[in-house]
Ligand binder design. Structure first.
Ligand SMILES: Cc1ncc(COP(=O)(O)O)c(C=O)c1O
Length: 469
């Protein structure tokens, strides 16, 4: 394939802040303005450094930053290229912090208050000292995990209205690991996996690692569209669906029960396995029944604890259909041996005592308060259907903003958000929108500050921000 070469030289006049970031921002704006087409080869680090009169290190940092945002990609020996918006971005593993910036680009729950965290841990350790099982916790476990922890997992999953049995639960080191266990055992390299057109970026990263092709399906206000799902099933190219019916990441959509029944019935008709990711489910009071309740024989249900208990525990429960259980346990063992049993014990003691319920209640309240702040500050920018239970907010942008360019401008204004492009799968036309993570600022004061900066950015004329005259 031939790629167009470019003599691209960013115009850095009237830019403030770190030079590498200005270069990355200009790159984003130029891509957005159509000055750099997807597939265009960029100058080498050395060439660009010479043209700009900066060090090679600055250009290297700028390109790394642009790659982190999913704008460009490199191939050893071939150069650096502008990505199309549907390409897989690199996952932002280290969101930018510090400076005066407020990060709202990663779906992190607000941290536990110090007293709350101490009380929870004190109670766990007190129970642990009093129990007889601390010895076994220091040993290797069976492949699916320590049975008392699987019992706790069953209890946690029953919150979702599923009849979970501990024998069908595998303990994983977080939901991302559970996804790896599920896809690693039910797919083979080269397989196609169906997803929502906009999906969790961790799925895109995982697909790249497992050499899976993703096929994004159109969505509407109720989530994945059944007609599109059925058409894809009929083609027979994919045997697996990855779906997030509750507070979909990134759109926040809650799929209604009727739609869930339809999707599950189609999966049955066409023999499709479902991986249902429900890490946000417990935030919703009275959530509709999971897909797994309508097609339990083919659904791999992932219940995390990161978003409601604590991400540092690294514990998730994977509920497998009876037929898939052995493969799941084997894959969990092969990939990681096991999640740390001491962490499993803490999660179990929180679930079996009253700490987990207290934390769920607290997070529901906090999410509602944070969404209340967002509604107050962003007003009519917020779409009417946005859920009050969510820590992430999907914000369609005023015309003619594009997600990439808006995110670059917001970053310059001191707040980071994620553009729709970074969640897009395949050729489905991308909405001009951003995802705003309301849970990530550590305090509501910081959130208020971040939302105000966002409002200012939304009020700026898009033309000026894109550099289009
Ligand atoms: C939809 C979804 N699935 C899985 C994960 C990973 O969660 P964990 O921290 O438990 O690995 C996330 C984290 O943001 C997520 O948003």
């Amino acid at each position: 394939m031939d790629f167009a070469m470019t003599l691209w030289t960013p115009k850095l006049t009237d830019r403030t802040g770190a030079l590498y970031r200005s270069i990355a921002d200009t790159l984003a704006a130029d891509i957005d303005a159509g000055k750099l087409a997807p597939g265009t080869r960029l100058p080498t680090h050395r060439e660009l450094a010479e043209r700009l009169g900066v060090t090679v290190g600055t250009v290297t940092r700028a390109y790394a930053e642009a790659e982190r945002r999913g704008l460009i990609g490199g191939e050893v020996g071939r150069g650096t290229f502008v990505r199309s918006s549907g390409d897989t971005p690199s996952l932002s593993l280290e969101p930018e912090r510090g400076e005066a910036g407020i990060a709202m680009d990663e779906n992190w729950p607000p941290p536990l208050a110090e007293g709350e965290a101490r009380r929870a841990l004190d109670e766990s350790f007190r129970k642990l000292r009093a129990s007889k099982r601390w010895g076994p916790l220091l040993e290797y476990q069976t492949r699916a995990g320590f049975m008392p922890h699987r019992l706790a997992g069953a209890r946690w999953i029953r919150r979702f209205g599923l009849d979970a049995r501990p024998e069908r639960i595998v303990i994983c080191a977080g939901a991302q690991h559970a996804m790896e266990v599920a896809f690693g055992s039910i797919t083979r390299p080269g397989d196609t996996v169906l997803t929502e057109a906009l999906t969790y970026r961790g799925m895109k990263v995982l697909a790249r690692r497992l050499h899976l092709r993703l096929h994004g399906l159109p969505m509407d206000g109720d989530g994945l569209r059944p007609d599109a799902f059925e058409a894809a099933c009929r083609k027979g190219e994919a045997k697996t669906l990855y779906c997030l019916p509750n507070l979909q990441n990134p759109t926040g959509i809650v799929m209604p029960e009727r739609r869930r029944r339809e999707i599950a019935a189609m999966a049955r008709t066409y023999g499709i396995a479902i991986v249902e990711d429900d890490v946000y489910g417990p935030l919703l009071e009275g959530a509709p029944p999971p897909l797994a309740s309508f097609a339990p024989e083919r659904t791999y249900f992932i219940a995390g604890t990161s978003k409601l208990l604590a991400p540092g525990l690294r514990i998730a429960y994977l509920l497998a259909p009876p037929k898939g259980m052995e493969r799941m346990a084997e894959r969990a063992w092969m990939s990681n041996w096991m999640a740390a049993p001491l962490m499993g014990e803490i999660a179990a003691s929180w679930i079996c005592g009253d700490i987990a319920s207290r934390l769920v209640t607290r997070h529901r309240k906090e999410a509602a308060e944070r969404m209340g702040l967002a509604r107050k500050i962003l007003g009519t920018f917020i779409p009417s259907g946005a859920s009050d239970a969510s820590y992430h907010l999907w914000l369609p942008l005023p015309h003619p903003w594009r997600g990439d360019a808006f995110a670059a401008r917001a970053r310059r204004n001191g707040v980071s958000v994620s553009p729709a492009e970074s969640f897009a799968v395949g050729p489905v036309p991308c909405q001009s929108a951003i995802r705003v993570c309301l849970g990530q600022p550590r305090t509501q004061d910081q959130l208020t500050k971040g939302l105000r900066r966002l409002r200012e950015t939304l009020r700026e004329p898009a033309e000026a921000a894109c550099g289009i005259v």
